[in-house]
Ligand binder design. Structure first.
Ligand SMILES: Cc1cc2nc3c(=O)[nH]c(=O)nc-3n(C[C@H](O)[C@H](O)[C@H](O)COP(=O)(O)O)c2cc1C
Length: 183
């Protein structure tokens, strides 16, 4: 068993991480992989519900997802149970794979050891710049308070989403517009 079996490759892998506090928490998180043939990875966690749940002993389950709407919703709120196809283990509807990690927090870094995982779907999709632009826009949206100039970057992403995205990318863009107020 190794990270790449579940789609986690060298570099930063954007996934949706599910943790548990009083209820299930979902958040996009980058999993940093230096050796995809190993079971070890890490992530840098800023203060968030994800982080405080881990501090209280929560599990850490990563879902590999290629749905722009799920990414957009999970960025701004927690996905409700209707978005899950399984609660134990927690798997979002349409998830391509899930991986459960043992998390160990050390300062801002969380060291991760793969415990188990499963590929759920083998879907082929060519690179879509609209999807990538949704992810970029979401990253800028979560950092908007740090730098208001990111509003312009988000607008540049909208242009790409309009030109290259499919329906789900365009719906994700509407969510970003609604949640950030950047039109
Ligand atoms: C694609 C993407 C990747 C992200 N990666 C991280 C990350 O690696 N670490 C982190 O602390 N926040 C990351 N964020 C921001 C969190 O997802 C965001 O702050 C979220 O609202 C936290 O939710 P929570 O408070 O429910 O845990 C990322 C956001 C996006 C859109």
């Amino acid at each position: 068993m190794r990270l790449r079996d579940f789609g986690l490759r060298n570099g930063i892998n954007e996934v949706i991480v599910i943790t548990k506090g009083e209820k299930l928490n979902t958040a996009p998180i980058g999993i940093i992989v230096e050796n995809e043939n190993s079971v070890f990875a890490k992530s840098k966690l800023f203060p968030s519900h994800t982080r405080s749940n881990l501090e209280k002993g929560s599990f850490f389950v990563a879902n590999v997802v290629n749905d722009a709407i799920l990414f957009a919703l999970a960025t701004f709120e927690d996905l409700g149970e209707e978005h899950f196809e399984s609660l134990d283990p927690p798997i979002l509807r349409g998830s391509l794979a899930f991986c459960e990690f043992e998390p160990k927090l050390e300062g801002s870094i969380t060291y991760l050891k793969l415990l188990r995982g499963k590929v759920l779907r083998n879907e082929v999709r060519a690179v879509n710049r609209g999807f990538n632009a949704v992810i970029e826009a979401l990253i800028f949206a979560t950092r908007l308070k740090l730098n208001p100039k990111f509003a312009e970057k988000i607008k540049e992403c909208y242009e790409i989403i309009e030109r290259c995205g499919g329906e789900r990318e365009k719906l994700a863009m509407e969510i970003i517009k609604e949640k950030t107020g950047i039109l």
